[in-house]
Design a protein around this ligand. Structure first.
Ligand code: NAI
Ligand code: MG
Length: 350
């Protein structure tokens, strides 16, 4: 069997971490008897430099024609002063919109091997298994009008009922396969859009009598994630709240370099770490590739149906951690050996 995989490495640590994921994909596809054909496309700062636009049409077409997309990260200081429309981040938002990937699934699972690597107490984090379902192509990141005239600036937070319904359904369906608990996070005490969000979640819940729905304000959720993360099963929330809460969840698990994600909709799915291009550590060989390797594992599981291969990736990551190998971000507490980005890739691939 052969699959077409589109690859977008992007900027900063993007190429470093994606190369490690490809290394692992090559090893696991070989051992499981299928093959992956990669085609590389440009997006972000590198696309600006080479083509003048952060999101070439060729990238959209290429990804649409592939079975799945593996994506690193984009952005960097070099492009920060460009007008908004020409920035790498605008390319990413337009890309997600073009792919209609409305549901961003962000699992935050604590590896037993890392309970001592977190800044939180082992008894607080042991057994944490959260699925954050972040709406990805609506909310304040996309709402119009938006403007900044140098004196007054504004954005619009907008969700329509159908947008809330489809992400809500995704969350409840996932909960049915998990612990059957959905916590919807909003700011309904002050935001109109959150009130519609909350009311709609209540309506969806009627179709899932087995699932327990609760609501939480986003400020409390940020606190509860650190105080007692085990209380959560599925968290469903809008674009900006999901962005922020998943960075918080990453520190429960140990490092932002560990959290993978799947951005899914009705077209090609995109698999990407939750972190950015980390310009502060780019080129040093110290980025943690596990989030991207695990994203590749999600790709095998969700888009290609190669479950055995996905399980092997999970097992290989656990073994590497169990054997005490740590990239620098995880090295503070219990590392037996601090390894580079590419050494970690080699160890997992082997
Ligand atoms: P960031 O997620 O890139 O980095 C935040 C901190 O986490 C940094 O100290 C970084 O060194 C560290 N970090 C991130 N990934 C790591 C990894 N794999 N291993 C070890 N440490 C890691 O967020 P930041 O610094 O706010 O943004 C940097 C650039 O990335 C900006 O241009 C931003 O717009 C862009 N960005 C892109 C995203 C994407 O492509 N999906 C998502 C978030 C930010
Ligand atoms: Mg983010």
């Amino acid at each position: 069997k052969k699959y077409d995989i589109s690859i977008i490495k992007g900027d900063g640590i993007g190429p470093e971490i994606v190369d490690e994921a490809i290394k692992v994909l090559d090893a696991v596809s070989y051992s499981c008897g299928f093959s992956l054909e990669y085609k590389e496309y440009l997006m972000g700062g590198i696309a600006i430099d080479e083509t003048g636009t952060p999101l070439p049409q060729e990238t959209i077409d290429g990804v649409l024609n592939s079975d799945a997309c593996l994506f690193g990260a984009i952005g960097g200081e070099k492009w920060d002063t460009l007008p908004r429309d020409l920035r790498p981040e605008t390319g990413l938002l337009k890309f997600r919109e073009a792919m209609e990937v409305y549901a961003n699934l962000r699992p935050a699972i604590i590896y037993d091997e890392l309970v001592n690597a977190s800044t939180l107490k082992p008894e607080v984090i042991e057994g944490v298994d959260i699925m954050i379902v972040r709406e990805l192509i609506g909310g304040i990141y996309f709402g119009k009008p938006r403007e900044n005239d140098g004196f007054k600036a504004f954005n619009t937070m907008v969700y329509t009922k159908p947008e809330i319904e489809r992400i809500g359904k995704t969350a409840f369906e996932l909960a049915m396969k998990r612990d059957k608990r959905v916590c919807s996070v909003d700011k309904a005490n002050v935001l109109e859009v959150s009130q519609l969000w909350r009311d709609t979640m209540e309506e969806i819940a009627k179709d899932y009598p087995e699932v327990e729905l609760s609501h939480m304000y986003v400020d409390n959720a940020a606190m509860q994630l650190v105080r007692n993360p085990k209380q959560f099963d599925v968290i469903v929330t809008g674009n900006i709240f999901g962005d922020i809460l998943s960075d918080t969840a990453s520190m429960v698990v140990g490092s932002i370099g560990l959290l993978p994600s799947a951005s899914t909709g009705d077209k090609t799915a995109i698999y990407e770490p939750i972190h950015g291009s980390a310009p502060d550590i780019a080129g040093q060989g110290i980025a943690n590739p596990i989030a991207t390797i695990e994203s590749a594992g999600m790709m095998l599981r969700y888009s290609l149906g190669e479950m055995e291969a996905a399980d092997k990736i999970d097992a290989a990551i656990k073994k590497a951690l169990k054997d005490g190998y740590r990239t620098k971000d995880l090295a503070a507490y219990d590392a037996k050996e601090v390894v580079t980005t590419s050494e970690m890739g080699d160890i997992i691939a082997n």
